[in-house]
Structures are given as structure tokens and as C-alpha cells.
Design a protein. Structure first.
Length: 401
């Protein structure tokens, strides 16, 4: 059943894979998000019950226990084919021996979060917003996780968020207007615990809006219940960033979950990570962004994969990301074009990376090219005090290319 479902197409369709490998499970259990969490694939024996592991994967599973735990919800595992180790879904969640390889560029904390943490669990890197790490657990674990040092309970560090100290810090720092709840994943909390967390955050008057970063609607769409949506709607303005990397992840169940959130008035944006063998080609990414819009999700970011330890086999070139953006901009609706960013190593924050659309810029004019390669000039305001960054020279032949 699962193989037949995976063979239906290239990911453009919205397909249900339930119950797949769990064909004997009653629907009322399958649709219970707590059952999904309790029945995650977490061991080598469970993996081998369902799929044929390659030696690269088997060795990776045996060695993954001291880096990042293995855990995949039944829902998401049903996207994994039985006999293809290079499948783009499989590469994201099943450990591989390459995770033990070292690269001279690898870092434990590539985004420099620990150095911007004034109190345990609260990262204050940007002037007016903070990242609140509310848990170290997720529904499933992505093998390229930028917080693998603290997430899943087996990394080299432990997350010890001090909630009272964090709230005192937020109350004292009136410049903070935006709080992003992440971790881990806050949506694995019970409704009651999540309600208390959001209520306490919203009670701070200078906090204008809240955000939740989550992969639960994709890993665990059963969690997005009408009750949860009603709870979240109490705390508007509340925004949500989801994480989808490949169009096959957008199943019928995921689409329905995302639509429930959208119907509750929650603006949805997607953050993808550019990953080798997963989505590092234009056609896959174009299919993904089109499907996201059909799910009422705005493609927001494509991240260059962070330099996290053991992720070199999943990292692709920056040039590939620029190529993807070049192939989207102007060739499809602007709503479908995300911003390609690098989270500058060491804590520099998100830096937008774009194709070279500016050919020349001085006090008199800016010379630009469009998606077709055509050249245009636009007059500058003539402010003599403006300092222009060096731009590469352009020549007359550009005008006639």
C-alpha cells in the first residue's frame, strides 16, 4: 500500500498515506495525536520492521544515540519508501553514517545562540525580538537540526529553560515586541500548558505579537485539532512558521491541518532548508512553493543549511540556492518566491542572498537586470551624501545581450 501511494506521482498531488505501514490500526487511534507520539519509530528494530536499511543507514542508526535521537511519527514515516535509501523524505529523518563525519566548517552552535542568551532558554540576538526555547523535544527529529546540541535529550548539552527568569527578562525589556516560541516544538505541549505559556506572554503589554515555529502540522497533523485552533485564536495577533522541505510532505492530512490553522486567522509562512538530494533543484522547489500556496501557506525563507556538526552530506552550494531563486523570480507568482538566506555563522543573523540584479549604482542612476536578463536604468535621487557599496562594473554589451 505504501509503495503504491509513493508511486502515484512526483509530489504534485495531495495524497493520503494513512495508515500505510500501520494498516491494522483503528482510525480512532491513528487520528489521535498522542497515539502518534507514543508509537513513533525510535529504534533500529522498528526501522528494520518496515524498511530495508542500507549499511550507511544502519551504521548511522547505531551511532546516532549520542548526537540526535531517532524519532519519526507514523504519519511521517508513511512517506518513507521501503527500499530507497536516497529518497528525499528518508534522507531527512533516518540517520546515516555521514553524521559521524567531521568537516572543518562544522560547528556545535552555528547560529551563535548560546552567546546571545541573557537567561537560560531565551535568545536575544535582534533588537526588538527574542527566541524563546520552550522545550527540547519535537514530534520527529530532522537529521540536520541546527539545535541538535540540545534537542532530543541525547546531545552534548541540555536545555534548562528558566521560565520565570525568562518572563522577568521580557517584562523588563520593553524594546521586545515580538516573541518566537520554538525549541524543540511548542505544539507538542498539551492545550493547557500551551494556553498558560501564551497567556503569560500575551500579558506583557509591550509584546505586540507572538510567533510559533513548528513542524508539528507536517510531522503530526493530528495535533491540529479544532480545540487547538480555538486556543491559538485567543492570542491574536499570532503568526506561525511551518517547515516543509519537499512537496510529498504536503499530504491531504497536512493540507487539512494547515487550512484549519488558516481558518483560525493564523498567518502561515514556510521555512525550507536547502538540502542535498532533497530539494536542491528548481522543479522540486517550484512544485513545493506552488503546493504551499494551495495550502494557504506563504513561502517565506529558504535557508542555506547551517554548519551544524555532521550535516556536510546534506549541505549544498550557495550557488544552487541562488539558481533556485533565479528560476522562481519572474517565472512564477511573486507570492511563491521565498527569500534565500544564510544564517551568518557565529550569530550574525539572517543575511538575504539574491541573484545579481544590480549591475551598477552611483549617485545618478542604478542599472538593473530583470529575470529575462534585460537591462534597465532608473534615476537616483542625487543625494550626494549617500555612500554606495562597490558594485561590479557593467559594460555596453550588457545592454545588447
Amino acid at each position: 500500500m505504501i509503495t503504491a501511494a509513493l508511486e502515484k506521482g512526483d509530489g504534485k498531488e495531495f495524497v493520503s498515506h494513512a495508515p500505510g505501514y500501520w494498516s491494522n490500526t483503528a482510525p480512532e487511534l491513528w487520528n489521535d495525536w498522542k497515539w502518534q507520539l507514543k508509537n513513533r519509530v525510535t529504534t533500529l528494530a522498528q526501522l528494520e520492521k518496515h524498511v530495508e536499511l542500507s549499511e550507511v543507514e544502519r551504521s548511522g542508526v547505531l551511532l546516532s544515540g549520542d548526537k540526535l535521537a531517532l524519532a519519526v511519527t507514523p504519519h511521517f514515516f508513511n512517506l518513507v519508501p521501503r527500499d530507497n535509501p536516497e529518497d528525499p523524505i528518508r534522507r531527512q529523518v533516518i540517520p546515516r553514517i555521514e553524521e559521524t563525519w567531521t568537516s572543518p566548517y562544522d560547528m556545535a552552535d552555528p547560529c551563535g545562540e548560546d552567546s546571545h542568551m541573557p537567561v537560560p532558554g531565551l535568545v536575544h540576538r535582534y533588537p526588538d525580538r527574542v527566541l524563546f526555547l520552550v522545550t527540547d523535544r519535537c514530534a520527529s527529529y530532522c537529521r540536520y537540526c541546527t539545535r541538535s546540541r540540545v534537542v532530543s535529550g541525547v546531545g552534548e548539552q541540555e536545555l534548562h529553560t528558566n521560565f520565570e527568569e525568562a518572563f522577568r527578562y521580557l517584562e523588563a525589556h520593553t524594546e521586545v515586541r515580538d516573541v518566537l516560541l520554538s525549541g524543540g516544538d511548542a505544539l507538542i505541549f498539551s492545550d493547557d500548558r500551551l494556553d498558560k505559556l501564551l497567556s503569560r506572554s500575551r500579558a506583557i503589554k509591550h509584546i505586540e505579537f507572538l510567533r510559533i515555529g513548528t513542524r508539528v502540522p507536517i510531522f503530526l497533523p493530528q495535533r491540529i485539532t479544532p480545540q487547538l485552533c480555538a486556543l491559538l485564536a485567543k492570542y491574536h495577533p499570532l503568526w506561525m512558521s511551518v517547515h516543509v522541505n519537499h512537496p510529498r510532505e504536503l499530504t491531504i492530512e497536512v493540507k487539512n491541518a494547515l487550512e484549519r490553522l488558516a481558518n483560525a486567522g493564523i498567518p502561515l509562512g514556510n521555512q525550507s532548508v536547502l538540502l542535498s538530494g532533497v530539494n536542491d533543484d528548481l522543479e522540486t522547489m517550484k512544485t513545493l512553493v506552488h503546493k504551499l500556496l494551495m495550502c494557504r501557506v506563504r513561502p517565506y525563507y529558504i535557508y542555506q543549511c547551517d554548519l551544524i556538526n555532521g550535516s556536510s552530506h546534506l549541505r549544498t552550494s550557495v550557488a544552487k540556492g541562488i539558481e533556485v531563486i533565479e528560476g522562481l523570480r519572474g517565472h512564477t507568482t511573486g507570492y511563491a518566491v521565498p527569500q534565500f538566506v544564510i544564517d551568518a555563522p557565529g550569530g550574525g543573523g539572517k543575511v538575504p542572498i539574491n541573484p545579481g540584479y544590480i549591475l551598477y549604482h552611483d549617485n545618478e542612476k542604478i542599472v538593473i537586470r530583470n529575470y529575462e536578463g534585460k537591462i534597465f536604468e532608473y534615476p537616483e535621487t542625487g543625494n550626494a551624501n549617500v555612500q554606495f557599496a562597490p558594485q561590479r562594473e557593467y559594460h555596453d554589451e550588457y545592454l545588447y545581450s
